[in-house]
Design a protein around this ligand. Structure first.
Ligand SMILES: *Cc1c(COP(=O)(O)O)cnc(C)c1O
Length: 435
């Protein structure tokens, strides 16, 4: 499989190049040149397959030309070493819990697979790899966890100061060893812009082997297709005959892009719901056909605080830049913190289910869509983070007490180490060269 650039000014790359570069030199994003269809036989067997078996079939189809089968299987075992259960709330509503990984957010899936792939490639090249990543919170902790102790790989994380939760900050800043944290005086978009500048800096790239690890790296996106198939397989195993509507709490649109790729591979999803917080560039595009990113605003679902979502261009590519085609598969809205809080309360009162502030935005999306379709359908809400990760908001909203899982509790007591930096590229470059 080759990966082309969405800016069409760089040559297509093989998997190794696409993974190690992160972004093509022309500033676009890598996309697979074609999206393979899974055979009917695979779908027939799906209710009988384990998550690991599903992932193995998909990985062979997507990546089998590029990697030996044994390596692929060992990467899947490293990446998917936790469950993603489908929880039934009632006959029409299910939750796919994606937060049972080591950092309690769905980003563990993609980050762990990518780390395994990068370690494989950098080990073979013998050159030290520096991974530079902007994070709105959860990417940082997932990446820090996934790469901690990886041989021949150094990780530098940029996060917006004061705009991520205390727990997220502790997860990023207490790892040490090959993981460093930069506390940027700006927003997530500033962090992302600094990282993008580093990638476009030819001088820097000559002097160090740079790669990215946020959801713009194609190797994070592809494994995220696995759990969509897993959700479908669990629904079928429970005897649900209808094809689901899936709600995706969205920020940088990586999770949603993976879902749309899964659908293109043949997964029968009836409709997707892109549920955004007040950072509404994508819902406004769906409504008006115009893409006008705005400055990031801070919300209680902070891992979705993205003013200019990186994966938007990939979604456009998937649909030939036709909003009309896109709207056949997808609806999207923006919801306020107030609406998310109310959804948290309703989900708790109605189903005894404790969502987190990100998942709550997804529930808002389901409620909106159900009103339009007069209550029909079977829905799957993706739950992207453990409620304990956003304990303050959830406790205050529901008036309950939530215990932290022990591994999160222990992070709180470790010493924080970070480097403060203005949101200016020269400061980052100097840091990288001195390091
Ligand atoms: C990153 C994140 C999201 C948004 O996912 P994207 O792929 O950036 O759209 C949603 N919820 C949580 C908890 C996250 O960490």
């Amino acid at each position: 499989m080759k990966y082309y650039s969405t800016a069409y000014r760089s040559d297509p790359a093989d998997l190794r190049t696409a993974v190690l570069r992160g972004m093509p030199p022309d500033g676009g994003l890598y996309m697979p040149e074609h999206i393979p269809q899974m055979p009917p036989r695979f779908f027939g067997n799906l209710p009988l397959l384990s998550y690991r078996e599903i992932a193995t079939s998909l990985a062979h189809t997507l990546l089998g030309d590029d990697l030996p089968s044994g390596e692929l299987i060992s990467m899947i075992d490293k990446a998917l070493n936790f469950d993603t259960p489908l929880v039934r709330l009632n006959d029409q509503l299910y939750v796919l819990e994606l937060f049972h990984g080591p950092t309690f957010a769905f980003k563990d899936v993609g980050a762990r697979f990518m780390a395994a792939l990068m370690e494989y490639y950098s080990g073979r090249s013998g050159r030290e790899l520096t991974i530079l990543t902007a994070t709105s919170g959860d990417t940082g902790s997932a990446v820090a966890n996934a790469f901690h102790g990886a041989g021949n790989v150094k990780v530098i994380l940029l996060y917006p100061r004061g705009k991520i939760s205390h727990l997220q900050e502790q997860q990023i800043c207490t790892r040490g060893a090959n993981i460093s944290a930069l506390e940027i005086e700006g927003t997530f978009d500033d962090c992302q812009a600094m990282v993008k500048k580093a990638f476009r800096d030819g001088d820097l790239r000559k002097r160090m082997h740079l790669s990215s690890a946020n959801s713009i790296n194609i190797s994070r996106l592809l494994p995220q297709t696995f759990y969509y198939f897993h959700a479908y397989s669990r629904l079928k195993a429970l005897g649900v005959s209808e094809d689901p509507v899936i709600a995706v709490p969205s920020g940088n649109l990586g999770n949603l892009t993976a879902g749309l790729i899964a659908k293109r591979m043949g997964l029968p999803v009836r409709h997707f719901i892109a549920a955004c917080n007040r950072n509404d560039a994508f819902p406004r595009y769906l409504k008006t056909g115009r893409y006008n990113p705005r400055k990031t605003v801070h919300t209680i679902s902070n891992a979705m605080d993205v003013g200019d979502p990186g994966n938007f261009v990939r979604i456009l590519e998937l649909y030939g830049h036709s909003r009309e085609f896109l709207l056949r598969d997808l609806s999207g809205w923006s919801f306020s913190d107030q609406e998310a809080r109310e959804a948290l309360r309703r989900t708790y009162a109605g189903h005894h289910y404790i969502a987190d502030p990100h998942g709550a935005v997804g529930f808002c999306g389901i409620e909106r869509y159900r009103r339009q379709t007069e209550g029909q359908g079977v829905y799957v809400a993706l739950e992207t983070a453990h409620p304990a990760k956003f304990r303050d908001t959830v406790e205050a909203t529901l008036d309950i007490h939530i215990d932290l899982p022990p591994s999160l509790e222990s992070v709180l007591h470790k010493e924080k180490r970070s480097v403060k930096m203005p949101a200016e590229y020269p400061a980052l470059k100097q840091y990288l060269l001195e390091k």
